[in-house]
Unconditional design. Structure first.
Length: 258
């Protein structure tokens, strides 16, 4: 076998090995291969507090105030209602989040910059009479004319343009679960909704902190009243797969410096 063929085989094996390792290490790629021709499966219903990455929320809390009761009174200081409130107020309760996002932004920026620098530095060695007296006696004939020792000339030009034109409109409802009650009474909620249409699953995730006072009488709350709101709307399936670039393209986009 010639040396060129051996080198070609070595090169092919060196290129195929990392590609195969990357493919095998990607579990999602293997799952997609197993589900070719089948509808994407819905996720199982699970406890949000047991999912990987879940962390209890910690926020600045006011000083705790002990409850005080007035004699011969049915009203307790600090209570939010006289009769029992049917709205969500404890861990495990469910409330409906009315998601309404209308976002529109138009930005157009243009930057131009131009700068020119010139440096010309010279040293006159005729002034040192103690060092060059013979040259001064015979005049300037045959003596080199002093010139610039350091010369620099630079020009910098910058021109940049950027524009953003986007419009987002999402209107839907999703039921969330109270996962935590903070010391000041605020509720930490989290909700997830999956809808499968043919071979595409659309996902909607809502999480954040709400005040019990902002929950309406029908046990609903607007998404604009959720603090630290985390709203994600996306999907997975054949359409999403086609819209995403291939793994090789994504790797080159990360690694290539140009």
């Amino acid at each position: 076998m010639s040396q060129s063929k051996v080198s070609l085989m070595r090169l092919s094996s060196s290129l195929c090995a990392p590609a195969l390792a990357l493919l095998l290490a990607n579990c999602s790629a293997l799952d997609r291969l197993k589900n070719i021709g089948e509808q994407p499966k819905l996720s199982a219903i699970e406890n949000p507090t047991t999912t990987p990455g879940y962390k209890p929320v910690q926020m600045p809390m006011p000083m705790a105030q002990p409850a005080s009761y007035n004699p011969n009174s049915l009203w307790r200081n600090g209570s939010r209602a006289f009769f029992k409130d049917q709205r969500a107020h404890q861990v495990g309760d469910i409330l409906t989040v009315k998601v309404k996002i209308t976002d529109k932004a138009a930005i157009d920026n243009e930057t131009q910059r131009s700068r020119k620098d010139t440096i010309d530095s010279a040293t006159d060695f005729y002034l040192n009479k103690k060092v060059l007296p013979p040259l001064l006696a015979i005049g300037t004939k045959g003596v080199p004319t002093p010139g610039p020792i350091v010369t620099a000339d630079g020009t910098t030009t910058l021109e940049g343009k950027g524009s953003v034109d986007r419009k987002e409109d999402i209107t839907t409802n999703i039921a969330g679960v109270v996962t935590q009650v903070l010391p000041n009474g605020n509720l930490v909620i989290e909700g997830k909704q999956e809808v499968r249409v043919n071979f595409e699953v659309r996902e909607l995730i809502v999480a954040g902190i709400v005040r019990p006072e902002d929950i309406e009488s029908d046990n609903t709350i607007e998404s604009t009243k959720i603090a630290q709101a985390r709203i994600a709307y996306g999907g997975r399936g054949q359409i999403t797969d086609v819209q995403q670039p291939r793994y090789g393209t994504q790797v080159f986009d990360v690694l290539l410096p140009f």
